[in-house]
Write a protein that binds this ligand. Structure first.
Ligand code: B12
Ligand code: SF4
Ligand code: SF4
Length: 324
């Protein structure tokens, strides 16, 4: 059953803003548009998903397989930037901003659940289901369609107001809501992120090969050892990688401090030492990362990532001393 008359887009947007979302936009489910599904297929065919086999789920390419009656997506973004900076020095391990504070899935889900329950309470028969990274939905594609921001050359959605330091989520509904216009792309002729990526993971503008991405290897790769092509180039990163976002002029100019207290970093996440993480015990890991998105990185993986960085800097120092 579809509803087009009783619920207006502006009321839904007001509610999302009242719940604390920093951006909200609405996208219509368009059965005729297959461009993004084809691009996703091409990406998978190239093997760019590495061992993330769950990227193959056909629902990711066809939203109506998730909810046949779906007519609209209420897309939201939550700013997570805080003004903290990492210290210089090769003894420090780098943790990417998304993992500094409380697990963003928990924070997003709480707000999205409230929005979903509110939508369902409007009328009997309203269907609504929420996602934030956790379901077979292309969060970035829908965010761009809903006018939140654009999928940029570094593979992230950039907003004009907050740069790319935003988490994305959406509520899928059978309500027929007035949609926003898709966001236009504003990377222009810039290629800073492509040049800065130490492993050449951005194989062409807008396309990230997970096999070459430090974020993939530190977070998702469960192998005992990291590939030779990656390990020497990690530049201190042990949990995700922010290089292609740090160099982006939109982030440098427009990042704003978040008002979400949950995203304030756990103090030990800003300047951990590689040597400490290389030998972290299970108990210490439990103590340091409660309710954190970094729990996906098991203690063995964290140790492996830290060791790879230590080995790389040792080899680098050895090479330098050979030239002295
Ligand atoms: C798989 C995945 C990854 C993979 C692959 C990364 C990627 N860029 O896709 C890995 C593990 C590497 C990863 C890393 C990170 N991720 Co991630 N990831 C996802 C996930 C689960 C799916 C993304 C996806 O569908 N990728 C597949 C490709 C095909 O999708 P795509 O980039 O959207 O592809 C479009 C363009 O490439 C374009 N395209 C493709 N080919 C071509 C060719 C041409 C010529 C053109 C013009 C365009 C074009 O079309 C495609 C479809 O429109 C989403 C959550 C979700 N459910 O959507 C989070 C998500 C994208 N990740 C997120 C984050 C925060 C990160 C990291 C920043 C974490 C970190 N600090 O380490 C890094 C960033 C790495 C990077 N540079 O992209 C956020 C991004 C928020 C934002 N502002 O965009 C998301 C949205 C989670 C969330 N809900 O907030 N991630
Ligand atoms: S996250 Fe790091 S490794 Fe991955 S594309 Fe960006 S700069 Fe390259
Ligand atoms: S660094 Fe430049 S090319 Fe890369 S995402 Fe930012 S604006 Fe786009």
């Amino acid at each position: 059953m579809n509803y087009c008359s009783v619920v207006s887009s502006s009321v839904v947007k007001e509610k999302a803003q009242e719940l604390g979302f920093h951006k909200v936009g609405i996208a219509a489910v368009d059965r005729g548009n297959h461009t993004e599904a084809e691009r996703l297929q091409a990406w998978i065919k190239m093997g760019y998903h590495a061992d993330m086999e769950w990227m193959n789920n056909p629902k990711r390419q066809e939203i109506n397989l998730i909810m046949p009656e779906a007519r609209s997506l209420v897309c939201v973004a939550l700013n997570y930037y805080t003004p903290h900076q990492r210290p210089e020095g090769e003894e420090y391990a780098k943790i990417s901003r998304y993992g500094w504070g409380r697990d963003y899935h928990k924070v997003m889900h709480k707000k999205l659940k409230a929005l979903t329950t509110w939508l369902q309470s409007l009328e009997p028969g309203v269907q609504a289901r929420y996602y934030a990274d956790t379901g077979p939905i292309q969060d970035k594609v829908w965010a761009q369609r809903a006018g939140i921001g654009w999928i940029a050359k570094n593979g992230n959605v950039i907003t004009r107001e907050y740069g790319s330091w935003v988490f994305l989520g959406e509520v899928l509904t059978n309500l027929e809501l007035e949609s926003d216009r898709p966001h236009t792309e504003h990377c222009g002729s810039c290629t800073r992120c492509l040049a800065a990526c130490p492993t050449g993971a951005i194989t062409q503008p807008f396309v990230v090969d997970a096999n070459r991405c430090i974020a993939y290897h530190t977070i998702e790769n469960r192998a005992e050892k990291l590939p030779e092509a990656i390990a020497p180039h990690m530049q201190g990163w042990v949990a995700g990688c922010d290089i292609c976002q740090d160099v982006c002029p939109w982030n440098q100019r427009f990042a704003q401090d978040t008002d979400v207290v949950d995203f304030q970093p756990y103090p030990e996440n800003i300047a951990p030492k590689l040597i400490e993480l290389a030998q972290i015990s299970n108990e210490e890991w439990e103590r340091r990362f409660p309710a954190s998105a970094l729990r996906r990185i098991k203690p063995e993986m964290l140790k492996r990532n830290a060791r790879a960085n230590l080995d790389a800097s040792r080899q680098c120092n050895d090479t330098e001393s050979n030239y002295l």
